[in-house]
Structure formats: C-alpha cells, structure tokens
Design a protein. Structure first.
Length: 470
C-alpha cells in the first residue's frame, strides 16, 4: 500500500473514532401527577390531595459518548425506596439494554407530592407506587429517543442566603424535649429569634453545582442543577406541588428563552446534602416573601438566576468521556432493645395508628416496627464521571458537613453530591451529631442506621470516586 493511501486510511479510521466519541444528549420530562385523593407524603399524619397547583414530573437527562450511556432522573417526590428505583432500572435493562448502574435516580424531597413510601402514620398509595417505575423508565427512554449531537459544560455558583442549619445548640438551661422522655442538646426548627439559640450545630453548603447542555447549534437542551436546600414548603392546603424544584425548572427555561423548542428544553434541580438545612433565618429577622408559593418562587428564581449568570464563563465540550463506578455496602441498623419495645407496647396499647396523637405515641409505634426490621441493610453507592466532573449518589438524607467533606477529599474535582439517590435509607447524621439528639437522630424508620454509618458510606464513596481516576 502506498504511503498516501495508508495515511488516508488512518485519517479515515480516526475520523470514524472521533465521530463515535462525539457527545450526544437528550432530555425529557414526564408528567407523574397522581389523581386527586392520593395521599400526600412528607407529613407525620396523612393529608389527602385536593388540588394540583403545578404538575409533578420525572425529569431525565441522558448522555452518551458512543461507548457509554449515562442517565439522570429526578422525580418530584419526597422519598422513593430502592425497590421502586430497581424496578424502573429493570425495565430499562429489558427495553433499551441500559445497565442499572448507569442510571442515577433520585427524589427531590418535596413534601407535597404523592406518597410511594410509608413514613410515620402516612401510608404509601399502592396504586401510585405501582405506576412509578413505568413513569421513571419512560422519562429515560424519551430522553434517549431525543439523542442529538450536543456539547456540555459544568460550573458552580454560590447562594448562601437561602441555606440555614435547622439544628441549633441551645444556651445552658434551655430545654429541648424529645419523644423518649429526655432532653436533647439541640433543637430542630426552633422559633425564629428564639432567645435560647446559641449557635448552629453544623455548617451549610451554599454551592449550586450544575451541568449545562446545548444542542450542536447552541440552543439550550437542558440544565441539571444541584442545591443543598431541603425543600421550601408553604404550599396551599391539600395541594400537590413540586415545590421550588419544579419552579426552578420553569424559571431557568424562561431565563434562557428556551420555551417551545422541539424537542423541549428540560430544566432539572436535584437535592444536594440538605438533611440538616432549610431556608429559614433562625436568628431573624425573617424578611422572606409571605403567602402560599411566594417563597418557593423566590428561592427558585434566585437559584436559576445564579446559574444563568455563571453560564457565559463556561467552557463547552463535545468530546467528553463518560464513566461509572458502583459498590454495594452493607451497614448495621439501630434496633430498639427488648425493654424499649415493651415500653413502647405499653404506650401504644394496641391502638390503631391514626388513634396515636402525641410524638411519644408515634415514636413508640416506630420502635415496635423497627424491632421487626433486619439488623443490616445493603445499599448502592454510585458515582458518574463526565469529563473532569464527578457526581456521587448517596441514598440518604445527608447532612451538609458530609457533602462538604466528600467534596474536599474527592480524588476527582470538581464533584457534587445527589442525595436520596437510587434508594432511601433515612437520615444520615454524622457520628458527632448523634449525641446531640434532635429530630434527625431520633430512632425511627426515617433514622435507623448505625451511628458509624455515615463514616462507612462516605469512605466507600471515596473509594468509588477513586475508581473513576483509573
């Protein structure tokens, strides 16, 4: 073969390889609003939906580099158990051959959506739970159907004014009663300007992290953002609402002038490490907008605006490599003693759940139910790498200190965390927070992992992130 001919063959092969490595992306939003009358999640006692303020969605972003396909799905829901996510992943494996570890599914933790997981006295809606895997899988399939040449960028912004630690140390002598008959060292959600407040019990994470995706011609395709704010609330009575997560999706589309595109632009906001964070200024004064949905719209607009302001400085790429690493981790649970269970049975006295009124009664029932649960649980820990960026998934309600520590120690930088991802295993206080008490540490089906669980989970996630460097 003559040299020029050989060069042409080599150049042609390289061109084919380059085309195969070209980034493609697709996004989609599937309406998942349940029928009126469905129980709303996120409350100690059941509330029945009476109105739809704004539609709920499963929002998906899918990426492929020609060799690996990754997908994110963020679902407007409070908490979704692993079994539901795994059922959705099974559908995707069967229908589009997408490996289960290549899909990062999470819930927003909005407290005004249909219930798919029993918590305290609020049951799951069995019919809605049964539909959820199909909704989630369809969101990914529709996103993949929209695959088109794309370019991607990532960045961050700061919004400290909307994140406040909700766990407060109190002055000496102040009381913080717990449902077990004792007093804690911290008060969760204390009154604004409470004179007994001493200091926040932990830090907050003010960073907004985001992925921005454009079509090859520069049109906005999707923005996938992440912020460590629990939820906002302030919805109307009996309303179904996606909270500020849904309002962000609407506002970022408006700011980017991306309405009525074909295929539609999709804005997505995921929950970061917000287990001990809300947007209430506990020191005071409280100058936040008042009235139903006013604060939701305010926070969403601020997050969207910060993302928009950061976009012009981004570096866009169309040839990023995609990778995934995952690990299954088994951790111990906190079980009540036989004496605790007997005491709880005396308090409950065989009454039906909705007959229980006080925190002491509700938490007594939790001890009885926890005693029947396994001594260990196994959870998935996953991380994606998109070019130089890493995204880690915790299946818990994670404290801000844990997210900050993972960012600091991660072998891949930049990186951010999605909480409530690929399952839900309750609150994850750091070991130093357990002795302080407070709602997030109270032993229940929403906080049942062993005291050292956070340490083990974070260490394992660092190992998973390390796999993405090899």
């Amino acid at each position: 073969m003559k040299l020029p001919t050989l060069l042409l063959v080599v150049i042609g092969a390289l061109s084919i390889f380059a085309r195969a490595a070209e980034l493609k992306a697709g996004a989609a939003a599937v309406v998942i609003t349940p029928p009126l009358g469905t129980v709303i999640n996120g409350n100690f006692r059941p509330i029945v939906s009476e109105n739809v303020h704004d539609e709920l969605h499963a929002r998906a972003l899918a990426l492929t580099d020609g060799a690996t396909t990754l997908a994110f799905v963020v679902v407007d829901n409070c908490v979704i158990p692993r079994e539901v996510f795994d059922a959705a992943k099974k559908l995707l494996t069967e229908e589009v051959a997408l490996p289960p570890q290549n899909v990062m599914m999470s819930s927003t933790h909005s407290h005004s959506c249909g219930s798919v997981q029993e918590a305290y006295l609020t049951p799951a809606s069995d019919a809605y739970r049964a539909q959820m895997p199909r909704y989630i899988a369809d969101a990914v399939r529709r996103a993949m159907h929209n695959f088109a040449p794309a370019r991607i960028a990532w960045g961050s912004a700061q919004l400290p004014d909307e994140v406040h630690c909700r766990r407060w140390r109190l002055k000496e002598g102040a009381k913080a009663p717990n449902p077990f008959g004792g007093n804690d060292l911290v008060k969760v959600n204390p009154a604004i300007a409470n004179p007994d407040l001493l200091e926040p019990a932990g830090p907050t994470d003010p960073q907004i992290s985001f992925l921005a995706v454009q079509h090859a011609d520069g049109r906005p395709l999707a923005v996938f953002a992440n912020y460590s704010l629990h939820y906002v609330g302030g919805v109307g009575p009996g309303d179904l609402s996606a909270d500020y997560f849904g309002a962000f999706a609407d506002r970022i589309q408006q700011l980017l002038v991306a309405d009525r595109q074909d295929p539609p632009f999709v804005g997505i906001l995921s929950n970061g490490t917000s287990g001990d964070t809300n947007n209430i200024p506990w020191r005071g004064p409280d100058n936040r907008p008042k009235g139903p949905y006013a604060q939701i719209r305010h926070v969403a607009a601020e997050v969207a605006q910060e993302v928009q302001h950061a976009l012009p400085s981004l570096q866009w790429r169309d040839d990023v490599k995609l990778r995934v690493a995952t690990r299954e981790l088994t951790v111990a649970t906190r079980k009540p003693s036989p004496e605790d269970v007997e005491k709880a049975r005396a308090i409950v006295a065989d009454r039906p759940p909705l007959a229980l009124k006080t925190p002491a009664e509700i938490y007594a029932r939790e001890q009885i139910l926890l005693a029947q649960d396994p001594d260990t649980v196994t959870m998935p820990l996953t991380a994606f790498r998109i070019g130089d960026l890493a995204v880690a998934a915790w299946p818990n309600e994670v404290f801000a200190a844990s997210g900050l520590a993972l960012k600091k120690d991660s072998p891949v930088k930049p990186m951010f965390t999605i909480s409530l991802a690929n399952g839900w295993y309750g609150y994850l206080p750091t070991p130093d927070q357990h002795p302080l008490g407070g709602y997030e540490t109270w032993r229940s089906r929403t906080s049942y992992l062993a005291v050292d669980a956070e340490t083990k989970i974070r260490a394992t996630l660092l190992e998973v992130l390390g796999e993405l460097t090899r």
